[in-house]
Design a protein around this ligand. Sequence first.
Ligand SMILES: C[S@@+](CC[C@H](N)C(=O)[O-])C[C@H]1O[C@@H](n2cnc3c(N)ncnc32)[C@H](O)[C@@H]1O
Length: 469
Amino acid sequence: MVLDIRAARKVSRIRQRDLAAATGISVRELMRLERGLISPSEKLLRQISNCLGMDVAQITIGQNQLFENPLTGEGYATARPQNNQIIPRRKPLDCTKKPVIDLFCGVGGLSYGFEMHEEFQVVAGVDLLSDRLQTFSRNHGTANAYGQDINTLSTDILYNENPHPFVIVGGPPCQGFSSIRPFRNIERNDPRNNLAEEFCRIVHNLQPEWIVFENVVGLLTHSNGKTFQTIVEAFEEIGYRTAAKVLNAAYYGLPQCRERLIIVGSRAGKPFKWTQPTHWCEHRSMAGRQEFILKPSKGLIQDLQSAITVDEAIHDLPEVEAGGRATTYQCDIESTPYELFIRNGAQQLKMHEATAHSPRMLEIIRQAGANIYALPEGVVKSGFSSCYSRLNGAEPSVTLTVNFVHPASNRCIHPHQHRALTPREGARLQGFLDTFEFIGTRSQIVKQIGNAVPPLLGRTVAQAILESD
Ligand SMILES: C[S@@+](CC[C@H](N)C(=O)[O-])C[C@H]1O[C@@H](n2cnc3c(N)ncnc32)[C@H](O)[C@@H]1O
């Protein structure tokens, strides 16, 4: 039975304080674990499962599901304040380019997409997590990288150390909040409640020409649409004319169906012209409000290219077994145009290391199909339909999660090999060039990749800003 920690504790009828004492953590930490605000170490998860008399694999899936819920998930909640840290820019600024500031930057997938247009230059990024910041800084040489909680970030620093931003982009984790009350006194019990408001505060103080607020599509229907409405009103209150759409990255050349809600605002009140899709595939949108989904009208579909498939994105990578790795590209395979673009001339193959699955998991993987129901009865006891499932090489992939190297909780088994995707394959499906450098442990890098906004989406929005300005 799949249960998260809280549900398992209820079933076992153990009180929070008893479980906390038995596992040597504080009640506060346990509360945060149960709410999905932090992720437990494997060791702690094993201890908790033992105390509750539950199967650790099932509780791991349950906790992962808690994180994958659109409004509580995608690893947003794993962020914990680090010591304030600044990594200064390494490259000189080019004052002819339009400066971009990236708030909640992660590795900076969104703003990397802006830099795919030579008109833009990223000048600053802010994120709590040190590993994200290192990766951001390595790939955004002209940016100051601020390792800081945005709640405590003074806009003076951004103002004094960077040119006036033309665009501020950012995707604040919005899971806890039920309302934002711009510029009023508010209780700060749940720090995540106010992150959209913090985005607003910084925008209000720095007055960029454009803003790009990116988020999960669940925001549209959260609290019956009130949360979304409040955010839009907050932007309008500080002087921005807004437009919002749900974009599917597969329609813009990514080999992955990944939808994001994008709210764009113009301080000069300019109408925003959305870039029209270039690719097409059948996809059922997760967005609960149809009117926001940007897709081509029926008459135009035949003029579009088919969406890039998983095979077209990774078929030139060498075969590796579970637990294996490869460090050289193969020369005898003709790359597809997407593979040529994404390889970007890289000479050395990195991060192509497959998870070493247990014998039991390998047995499941060998029999896996499009969803959990493809497995013969009794092979696994329970799980959601996308668990233990194989990707279809002839389609774009489903949305990658932060667990794409572990098939127990999401659909991430290689289309033709008996293993989960490698971090390199995940990076390719997210549209990160093979020359983009990730810094951190393997598990941090997997989260960095799974959490990111695909650079191609950033490129698309940046293009539309250039055309609307
Ligand atoms: C989904 S990720 C951002 C992805 C990023 N926009 C991209 O394009 O790759 C959200 C980020 O917000 C960061 N974050 C969460 N709370 C924060 C806070 N209070 N201050 C600064 N960063 C925060 C997390 O560490 C995480 O890296």
